[in-house]
Design a protein around this ligand. Structure first.
Ligand code: 13P
Length: 254
């Protein structure tokens, strides 16, 4: 059975104090279930604090971005070696906010995925269409191209270690959620695309949904055959809501 992953993307939110409180709340109720990964991705400046506070709790830590460069004169960036040093296991890459606000291209994202894998961390590769692209009927082709950019750069084998997050841009932070059917359609298409090259790898790949997932809609989304978890923004900033999603994910594995 594939891994189920519930990842909180805290984006650029929190202070050391609010993050301590949030994490205390998560630690108090996080389920310890085989095959379920609970992951928090704080702002990079709080990674050290968060990793320390987690202690032995079954919570993994991820970063929201990383440089593909190993080190040097890249003011404002951080490296994979630094993330390793802090005990980070995952890195979110190609988030739509990175693509639209910071100009990251498919090629940049593919470089970061390659560097992350080479460092032994797990990339969470984000893909997804805008509303205009969905309305134009381009969703499946666009998402396929975003996935293919990584296949072309690194090869299909990398998807034995990569996690994909399908995040329709129109659903991020808007309160609009893809219906379970809309999400399932894209998830199944991604899996079929990769199965065309390697059925085993495609079958084992975890594909997360992101975009206004919350305590109220998580169970329905997670019940879909090809939805293997969630990448959660707003709802991951409230411990009880995040834990409800984790519980729904645990339930979805039964
Ligand atoms: P929201 O859950 O706030 O819509 O954000 C989703 C997201 O972008 C997670 O990476």
């Amino acid at each position: 059975m594939r891994k189920t992953i519930v990842a909180g993307n805290w984006k650029m939110n929190g202070t050391s104090e609010s993050i301590r409180t949030l994490l205390d709340g998560i630690k108090a109720g996080v389920p310890a279930v085989d095959g379920l990964v609970t992951l928090v991705c704080p702002p990079a400046v709080y990674l050290y604090q968060v990793k320390k506070q987690i202690g032995d709790a079954p919570v993994a830590v991820g970063a929201q971005n990383v440089s593909a460069q190993p080190k040097g004169a890249f003011t404002g960036e951080w490296s994979l070696e630094m993330l390793q040093d802090l005990g980070c296991e995952y890195v979110i890459l190609g988030h739509s906010e990175r693509r639209s606000l910071f100009g990251e291209t498919d090629a940049d994202v593919a470089d970061k995925v390659a560097a992350t894998l080479a460092a032994g961390l797990i990339p969470i590769l984000c893909v997804g269409e805008t509303l205009a692209q969905r309305d134009a009927g381009e969703t499946l082709a666009l998402v396929a191209a975003q996935v293919d950019a990584v296949v072309q750069r690194i090869g299909i084998e990398c998807f034995a270690s990569v996690v994909i997050a399908y995040e329709p841009v129109w659903a991020i932070g808007t309160g609009l959620t893809a219906t379970p059917e809309q999400a399932q359609e894209v998830h199944a298409a991604i899996r079929a695309q990769l199965a065309g090259s390697d059925a085993k790898i495609a079958d084992k790949l975890s594909i997360l949904y992101g975009g206004s997932m919350n305590a109220g809609n998580a169970a329905e989304l997670l019940a879909q055959q090809d939805i293997d978890g969630g990448l959660i923004g707003g709802a991951s900033l409230k411990a009880d809501e995040f834990l409800t999603i984790c519980a729904a994910a645990a339930e979805s594995r039964k």
